[in-house]
Write a protein that binds this ligand. Sequence first.
Ligand code: NOJ
Ligand code: MG
Length: 553
Amino acid sequence: MGALAEQQMKPARVADRTAPWWQSAVLYQVYPRSFQDTDGDGIGDLPGLMRRLPHLVELGVDALWLSPIYPSPMADFGYDISDYTDIDPVFGTLADFDALLDAAHRHGIKVLLDLVPNHTSDRHPWFEESRASRNNPKRDWYIWRDPAPDGGPPNNWLSEFGGSAWAFDPATGQYYYHAFLDAQPDLNWRNPEVRAAIYDVMRFWLRRGVDGFRVDVIWHLIKDDQFRDNPSNPDWRPGRPPNESLVPIYTADRPEVHEVIAEMRRVVEEFEERVLIGEIYLPIERLVTYYGADLSGAHLPFNFALLNAPWHARRIAQLVDEYEAALPPGGWPNWVLGNHDRPRVASRVGRDQLRVAAMLLLTLRGTPTIYYGEEIGMADVAIPPDRVRDPFEKNVPGIGVGRDGCRTPMQWDSGAAAGFSTAEPWLPPGPDSGRENVTNQRGDPGSLLNLYRRLIAARRRHTALTRGSYEPMAASGDLLVYVRRHGRERVLVALNLGPEPVTVSLRGDAAEGRVLVSSLGDRDGEAVTGELYLRSHEGAVVGLDPAETHGEA
Ligand code: NOJ
Ligand code: MG
């Protein structure tokens, strides 16, 4: 079947009454500042997102996660919130948000918000009260400590964005803790009033119809109650981010955080069919504890293992095995290739491997998240020094921590600002936007964009790809092969991670089938018998013929 035929047949997702929607969904992260500007200020906005909804409908994604759109001084581009229950004027109004939510829902697309409960902006009225005096009723909403005997910070805790995590407040003679910028004071999650306030924020949006949250740095919420110094990290070397010189055992991943997450989960469950996703950068064995005891935690603790995995077949197969084995019973997996904090996949694995990466993301067992622009292969953009906006890069310059390069405007067409804006965009569009853009790729059946569409369509058609088990088959040299199985349906995925062509021999009851999706779009429908030849950097999704021995439904 040709590429276009595959796209046009878009059957409704097979209803699975027992499984929640987010298990078979494809999530799509939008960085709203960079998606589409409509008011000519060079910054993306909600009406822009509304205008580009057809792109997301055509792509076939099931849910959008929007990075923060709340009122913010934008010291950390919205991750410093000064009002949790409104929309920043740069993005639009609550009415714009309601209209977007409504339009998305009419297209069957869910909308998730970014919840940032770990810290507020220092301009949030809660912090303004808290810092007003030592006996202000909100003093204990944040983390205040006396200076050390020498007048310095209370302990050695470091900010993720460079320097001490403690900022001195001369007016009240104490330090406050900030895991990120000093303009982002951490809330005190040991205080029940803080918890109640954020749970009310969640209810505000859930009542409005929001389908769930991605919770920012959820593993940071609770800090050591004894404020012990973090130990030093013997593996740290100059040139690595300065905060990594300590092992953050007392500032993150504290045991009591799981109680808090379970409470958040209960708030989400006051409403039907909502999802709680947690941002967590931890090794797999720690990550999976965030499903919570008896799955009382996050529905999806984000799995970032692929963000820094070496791009080798055996290494990837190993980490999939490790992750699959570590999941608690009933814990649903998920996969991520990129986000607004990390180098883009195109820059990590190289353009040649983008199709293989897409195929991997969309055929592994679990919920995939696509980062905007990934579907057209956007790469990190080199940011000239005078255009740096990211506070992390400004505070810790020159060692490659800057995040502006992965946050550049979506490349819609070959126009001046890539179709993103009529003005100078807040960050420069990619130099390749004249060629690599949505308009060009839409018209090319063999494009990366159309591969994403074909893969997402194949997920809708083949339950094995969404609900099926994961069975590793081979990982040697540059070849990675696995099977997804659901009842009698079996789908084989074969990926060539290198430039040399390779022949996969298929044996026994996995010997015959038909190509469902080929990475270049020119082999869909091809019959497969006994072996599958893969060209340089090629991948194929093959529907295997039902085997007699697997007749049980
Ligand atoms: C994680 C977010 O993804 C990142 O962009 C932000 O700077 C920090 N949390 C602080 O909120
Ligand atoms: Mg704008």
